[in-house]
Design a protein. Structure first.
Length: 303
């Protein structure tokens, strides 16, 4: 009976301490081929090199060397491949951890900067809100004060009118007062003309302030021209228009709706001042007439 032994290279360990008997046991086994002559097969009990001895063991040991070399190469290659894989994996994990830490640090830094920016903007917004609130309260207070002055001037005007009517009814004194008022009529008309011209300039100035296309440089130039004119005009100086104009330029920010085409709908504080100036001119006219009578510039008619 012939026996076939299957040789597996994975079962052979490549170490110097392998016992020699293992090789003898493996290669002394029968590897018969029924189709070959007996001397071509490996004879497990053949001894010596005589004429009747077989040479199968000689071929057996000749095949062992390349098989052991192949197994050793495979073992060494496998270990080196595993070591390279471990090194690449460790380097990959290290790079991923480094990139992750850098991205987290950059994210925290960006988040901190955004938080600081938001806090700064909120603080600036709060300051601007407080400033606008202060301006609004100041404008309301100024409007109330102007309305109070207007009411007071209206009362003074009514008082003067009553005094005028009383003087007119009193005969000669009424005639003198009438002459004094006629004497100041020229100044009064010139003052009204000045106010009318100033009103038109204020309307144009406020329209420039509310315009989205007209340059603000032109508006500032208009403001300078108005201030120069009232400083040089003696009538405007008597009514003290300069400080009132500065107040209008600083505080009157009212504009009509976006599609408004009527320039006179712009502005709020300037219209209060214009009415106040008209009343002031009327009061100034009567004061001048009174000063003329008391100063003897208007004589009683003795006829």
């Amino acid at each position: 009976m012939s026996h076939t032994i299957i040789f597996n290279l994975n079962d052979v360990e490549v170490f110097p301490s392998i016992h020699t008997a293992y090789y003898k046991l493996v290669f002394q086994a029968s590897m018969n081929n029924l189709n070959d002559p007996p001397r071509w097969n490996i004879q497990p009990h053949a001894r010596g090199r005589g004429a009747g001895a077989g040479d199968g063991n000689q071929w057996n040991y000749a095949l062992l060397v390349p098989m052991l070399g192949l197994a050793a190469f495979r073992w060494i290659w496998t270990r080196e491949s595993q070591r390279e894989i471990q090194n690449v994996r460790a380097q990959y994990d290290k790079d991923v951890t480094k990139i992750k830490n850098e991205m987290e640090a950059q994210y925290r830094e960006t988040l901190t900067e955004r938080s600081k920016t938001v806090a700064t903007l909120e603080l600036q917004l709060e300051k601007e809100s407080q400033r606008v609130k202060g301006y609004r309260e100041a404008m309301i207070s100024q409007n109330q004060q102007l309305m109070k002055q207007r009411k007071q001037l209206q009362q003074e005007r009514e008082t003067l009118e009553e005094e005028k009517q009383r003087q007119v009814k009193s005969g000669a004194a009424g005639t003198v007062l009438h002459r004094a008022l006629e004497r100041e009529q020229d100044w009064y008309q010139r003052a009204l003309a000045t106010l009318k011209e100033l009103e038109g300039q204020l309307v144009e100035r406020q329209n420039a302030y509310c315009s989205r296309i007209q340059p603000q440089k032109q508006r500032r130039e208009m403001e300078r021209n108005m201030l120069l004119k009232v400083v040089k005009d003696p009538i405007a100086a008597e009514v003290d228009l300069e400080s009132d104009l500065v107040d209008i330029f600083e505080r009157d920010t009212h504009c009509a709706e976006l599609l408004n085409t009527d320039k006179r709908k712009n502005g709020s504080l300037m219209w209060v001042y214009l009415k106040y100036w008209q009343l002031q001119v009327t009061v100034q006219k009567h004061k001048k007439a009174e000063e003329a009578i008391l100063g003897g510039k208007v004589q009683f008619d003795t006829k």
